[in-house]
Design a protein. Sequence first.
Length: 501
Amino acid sequence: MTADTKREVERKYEATPDSRLPDLTRVRGVSAVHDRGVTDLDAVYYDTADLRLAAAGVTLRRRTGGADAGWHLKLPVAPGTRDEIHAPLSDDVPAGLAALVRARTRGAELLPLVRLRSSRDVRHLVDARGTLLAEVSTDTVHAERLTEGGRAAAWTEVEAELADDGDPAFLDAVGKRLRKAGLRPSRTPSKLARALAETGTAPPPRPEADRTAGGHLLRYLREQADQLLEQDAAVRRDLPDSVHRMRVATRRMRSAFRTYRKVLDRSATAPVAEELKWLAAELGTARDQEVLAARLRARVDDLPDTLLLGPVSARLVAWSAAGRAGARERTLAVLDSDRYLALLDALEALLADPPLRPAAAEAPGDVLPRAILKDHDRLATRVDRALALPAGHERDLALHAARKAAKRVRYAAEAARPALGKPAKRFGKRVKAVQQLLGDHQDSVVARDVLRKLAIQAHASGETAFTWGLLHGQERAEAAQLERELPGVWAKVSDGKGGRL
């Protein structure tokens, strides 16, 4: 299967059959409006019986007619912005597209649920050089539910879609002109959403979180669970930073379960937290390889040519490529595993019926600060222990343990920030500085181990190990400098615990 991706930025407006487009040449930058004629489109939308894709704002359709006939999977990026992934026409859902929504369907069958037939009257907005700025279409839509008795609906809408690499502000200007002509922004984000609402059952709304400590924490955990599912597709597409974002979502949830155990019963969250720990470790294979490769590449690039003795760059490239290939393969295997899908099921069940404890009913300002400061005390113990040790392996291990504790405090403060405001933001910022310093130190420890192995390989191949040894020395010096800086950075957090929460 071959597929390509397009970033779709659009705005939708409600219209009537009698609606007329205003003169769009009066929009700043538009020199001419070209009538491109009417196209008939026929699309069948697929989803699970319980509308799991629609609930997440994801659409999967098979469309004929127009210039881009085929299968289209649309993944939300931001309000009004989606990534549209195309695949050629086929009778069944393409395996590649099904894989991108597997974390949401989890074995449930993808069924044809809605058919939309549209008559699209298209106009192109171009500038003085004839460059396309946006496409504005008037769509007359007929929707038919393919289940639940086959109810039907019809409507007219206007859609303005930005040209590739265009400025979204241009759509705002177009929208202003359309609103002056009496058109109003659509109350639904997509044609499918409107079709579902008017022909049958729409996806159930997300549960409303109350203002208690429990409600606040559940809102945060659901945001992280959503991020986990969104990044699943991004990781499968090999998008930049997607593995890191997915890993952070797992860590934030696990940290919240541990920190706020007075809010959620830890006996119920512990099994899910353990599986999140497993997933984060598996994802770490790819992420750690990526970060380390970038660090070593930067080290090599900073050296003058006179100190690059032997095929240093070639050996580093070979090491990086081998590690990345293995890490990518392993990551995809994890996402395709039954264990991963079981984790997603368990997480969904936990958030649907949360094991709330009595403190969950209290105000966030009474419960959350106590939990954060308890984690802070744990961090203080680890930092003090590390600073009391002499430089060497034992201190490296102690600093790594402190780094993990700092990350937990930072995530706890981030989770509480919507409820606690500026004090939590300030506190989290100071803890983040400690975490980053300790993270840089740990990266140096790991880099030294890899550099030693590369030096051994070079020596065994008859190459000089001079450059690898030089890089090893640079890493050791940087680690020593970070250790000297730690007391001052830590003092900003430990002095009054970073300010009152």
